[in-house]
Design a protein around this ligand. Structure first.
Ligand code: UDP
Length: 243
């Protein structure tokens, strides 16, 4: 039985980072595709407006609280989430696990050249890592068919999908029955980070729960997107009070 907290209609796993890692290891031992989603405040605001997205998230096999806003919101419901589980950290951990267990991977997403660079960097860090393929995240319907066929042929154990939310989650959900993998995970901008094109916040910001502030300072054009954080807190507060 999963221990979850329902926040603005989305069931989030109440787990620690270590437990999330353990679940990933278990998923790799099983046959049926498991979907990992990493909602943060911005994404949950989108889910409130898009019931289809909420439904997709609620079909996830592991849905981690990827941000301090989600942890704060859980307190309104009287069931505090134990900790923030950062999606990019879980992805890093899954990469390590895959490397040690010799599992194969496929990367889908990012601008042209990004997955390529990320794969090169990963090959340097993990010599012999089993990356069976990758493709950028801007494709038309015909190209999509070829990509899906490639994934089916190459049978990766893990598919990392980095096309931003809600596109990546919906893509994983819509193709869950034909993708013969063990894990598909939505990883947002993580490929850009792996490729060295964008940076994660220094540890100080991460520990203080201020990663959003660092991103705002680095990319001021995110300001309007970030207004979703206070909006999310209000939405969750209201939702919890009316339950
Ligand atoms: N992206 C993509 N295909 C698209 C739209 C976006 O591959 O049709 C990629 C984009 O290049 C970026 C990632 O998806 O690498 C989304 O990054 P963003 O910073 O929006 O994600 P976040 O981490 O904030 O969820």
């Amino acid at each position: 039985m999963r221990d979850t907290v329902e926040i603005v209609g989305v069931n989030i796993d109440n787990i620690t980072f270590e437990e999330a890692e353990k679940r990933c290891k278990e998923f790799l031992q099983q046959d049926k595709l498991k979907m990992i989603f990493t909602p943060n405040s911005e994404l949950l605001v989108d889910a409130v407006k898009d019931p289809n997205f909420t439904d997709v998230l609620n079909n996830g096999d592991l849905v981690i609280p990827d941000g301090i806003g989600v942890v704060i919101a859980s307190r309104f419901y009287g069931v505090p989430l134990r900790e923030k589980v950062a999606g990019c950290e879980l992805m890093n951990s899954l990469l390590e696990i895959a490397y040690t267990q010799e599992k194969s991977m496929y990367f889908l997403g990012g601008k042209e050249g990004v997955a390529d660079e990320a794969v090169q960097k990963l090959n340097q860090k993990y010599p012999g890592i089993n990356i069976v393929g990758y493709h950028h995240g801007y494709f038309n319907e015909d190209e999509e068919k070829e990509i899906i066929q490639e994934i089916i042929d190459k049978k990766p154990d893990i598919i990392f999908v980095a096309m931003g939310a809600p596109k990546q989650e919906k893509w994983i959900y819509n193709h869950r029955d034909i993708l013969d993998a063990k894990i598909a995970m939505g990883v947002g901008g993580s490929l850009d980070i792996l490729a060295g094109r964008s940076k994660r916040a220094p540890e100080f910001y991460q520990k203080a729960g201020l990663e959003w502030l660092y991103r705002l300072l680095k990319e001021p054009k995110r300001f309007f997107r970030m207004l979703k954080l206070p909006k999310f807190i209000l939405l969750a507060f209201y939702d919890a009070k009316t339950k």
